[in-house]
Ligand binder design. Sequence first.
Ligand code: FVH
Length: 291
Amino acid sequence: MSDIAVIGLGAMGTALAHAFLNKGHEVTVWNRSPAKAEALAARGAVVAKTVEEAVRSSPLIVACLLVYDTVHEALGAAEAAFSGRTLVNLTNGTPDQARAMSDWAARHGANYLDGGIMAVPPMIGGQHALILYGGSRQAFETYSGRLDALGASRYLGEDAGLAPLYDISLLAGMYGLFAGVLQALALTGKAGIPAREFMPLLTAWLEAMQGALPKWAEQIDSGDHTSNVVSNLGMQADAYVNLIDATRSAAVSAELVLPMQDLMRRGVAAGNANADLSSLVGLLQRPKPGA
Ligand code: FVH
């Protein structure tokens, strides 16, 4: 018996397996393309010939495959082996996919945790890696000691959909930031300003602007978007017109920034000109289909 079976040895699964080995755990691994297991085998990992063999090897099975369809396809071949075991699925997916996977695990007698990895492979096992978990509390309490080998573990609650919800929301913040950075570099680059000259100004500015975010959290939770407003939506919507005009006259595409202008205009039209930008969150929230 091993302590942990790792199913999937892509860039991330390989990093996970190495992190478990680094902490002295007995690890069994399986991958569709067996060659990816060679370096792990050289470090003492047991290489299973089938998914079922890997699942039967350990009480704790960690799956990290490309998408959920892959997980269903790979694990479906071994469903009878899951009874009494714990499945931790670290594959990126949606809350609904995680809940469906949790139901699948329950039908086969397994405890289930869904995880969101907030790290890239080289960060795994290091101090900046964070793994979010949702699902069986009992499974988390039993295995968090082993899972801590991967990075800081944070349990969010019994709903397996919570980990992908947090994961996707954090990624939304990241991609919003990246989109703004791409736009800024397109504008300055078109004017012949080297990116390496502009970047220090941009990073310092973004860091300073982060200071506004805790106040947004208070405004959103209280529903009061009009107290202590420093830069109101009406003023920002007017200034934003200049951002769009300057972008167009520089022959730079405005495709990344136009949706924000539309949202700001809707906010002003809804009577929120004197409110903070945080008031736009409510405009993004549509009723759920069927609600
Ligand atoms: N790498 C990253 O930066 C991010 C960080 C945050 C979390 N993501 C998610 O982690 C999942 C795995 O990502 P990955 O980086 O390991 O991805 P790949 O290196 O492309 O490895 C994919 C593995 O999936 C196996 N696989 C694909 N299709 C099948 C299939 N039909 N049947 C069985 N296995 C399959 C693939 O096997 P092989 O190609 O080596 O034979 C790899 O093991 C992912 O959800 C990220 O979003 C990573």
